[in-house]
Design a protein around this ligand. Structure first.
Ligand SMILES: *[C@@H]1O[C@H](CO)[C@@H](O)[C@H](O)[C@H]1NC(C)=O
Length: 339
């Protein structure tokens, strides 16, 4: 009986301490004008829930408190906005007192010079170049594509996935690099941003996946086409920061079925893109893309009749693009919305 009482008292104490600790943050950050939400434990806040559930944590909180709520994550009190209008306002007003950045805990991981932490003069035009950098190249070229990398589950093809099931990428490289002119790269659509006005019409991921002989090559195909065109038009492609954390492993056997033909074909596709030359009179992305489709038809149809269809689809894509964008690429349409 005595033991039972001790256990009960301990248990009650624990409950009291826990609820006191849980109140701690709520009281500490109770200020007027803050949106609803929970603050979690002292110091840790709701970081564990956030890291465990990721986007679901945000969705659950939104369901409970609306698209504007407070929390305590990654070591600091946080107001989360899932309201597109508010987010737009914040991002558009970067220069007017709102400074973007990560919490200190993220800075410790990502480094002080990560792309999101560096703002103002460091990224402005007119930054200084090291000795030996040709003056004729200091102007640089506009960036058409920004290809971010990722940590954790690597982006392998199915055969590599099968032999290295446990491999994880833990190495964060605090750098952004320009992919050199004349060099192709395996573009991944997972963490990608592109300038719709500069390169939009070349971002065709199409005719792959269900009902087609090949899948999982959609983004790489778009990347090869894009790189040939950006090189021709004097536009830049960058890769490196910002990273994302990739945690959804795909099934290597399903992937193998999708990739099977691509794995053979890529031995011919890549030399094709490496030697593709666009004529000087192709001065728009659309003209370049149509020209590329002709070369695909002429040179890759012998690899497989599928490329004949793909070349036609590339033309259809440009026709559709021009129909939806009668005043030039991207004009009047807000951020990818098609009317
Ligand atoms: C396509 O084939 C033609 C004729 O065989 C060849 O001259 C040209 O270099 C090829 N183009 C590419 C991009 O491989």
């Amino acid at each position: 009986m005595a033991i039972f009482m001790i256990v009960l008292i301990c248990f009650l104490c624990l409950v009291c301490i826990c609820s006191a600790l849980l109140r701690w943050n709520e009281v500490r950050y109770r200020k007027k004008g803050l949106p609803p939400g929970t603050m979690g434990w002292p110091v840790f806040g709701e970081t564990t829930e956030f890291l465990k559930q990721g986007p679901n944590f945000m969705k659950n909180q939104r369901a409970r408190y609306g698209s504007f709520f407070k929390s305590h994550i990654l070591g600091c009190p946080t107001v989360v906005s899932m309201d597109p209008e508010v987010n737009r306002y914040i991002l558009m007003n970067e220069a007017k007192g709102l400074v973007p950045g990560y919490p200190q805990s993220m800075l410790d991981i990502l480094g002080k010079c990560n792309i999101a932490a560096v703002h103002g003069s460091t990224h402005k035009d007119g930054a200084d170049f090291v000795r030996g950098y040709p003056f004729s190249l200091r102007e640089g070229v506009p960036t058409a594509v920004s290809h971010g990398l990722w940590l954790n589950i690597p982006d392998y093809d199915a055969p590599t996935q099968l032999v290295k099931p446990l491999e994880r990428n833990t190495r964060f490289v605090d750098a952004v690099m320009t992919i050199p002119k004349g060099t192709l790269f395996p573009m991944c659509g997972m963490n990608l941003a592109f300038d719709r006005d500069l390169i939009g019409p070349a971002m065709y991921f199409g005719l792959m996946g269900d009902g087609q002989p090949i899948g999982r090559y959609d983004d790489m195909w778009a990347g090869w086409c894009t790189k040939v065109i950006t090189d021709h038009l004097g536009l830049g492609v960058k890769t490196g920061l910002p990273y994302i954390y990739h945690s959804k492993a795909s099934n290597p056997f399903v992937n193998l079925r999708k990739e099977y033909k691509g794995i053979f074909w890529q031995e011919e596709i890549i030399p094709f893109f490496q030697s593709a030359v666009l004529p000087k009179d192709c001065t728009t992305v659309q003209a370049c893309y149509i020209e590329l489709s002709k070369q695909v038809k002429e040179n890759l149809s012998k690899v497989d009749p599928y490329f004949d269809k793909l070349a036609d689809a590339m033309v259809t894509w440009i026709e559709a693009w021009d129909e939806l964008n009668p005043n030039g690429p991207g004009s009047k349409l807000a951020n990818g919305k098609s009317k």
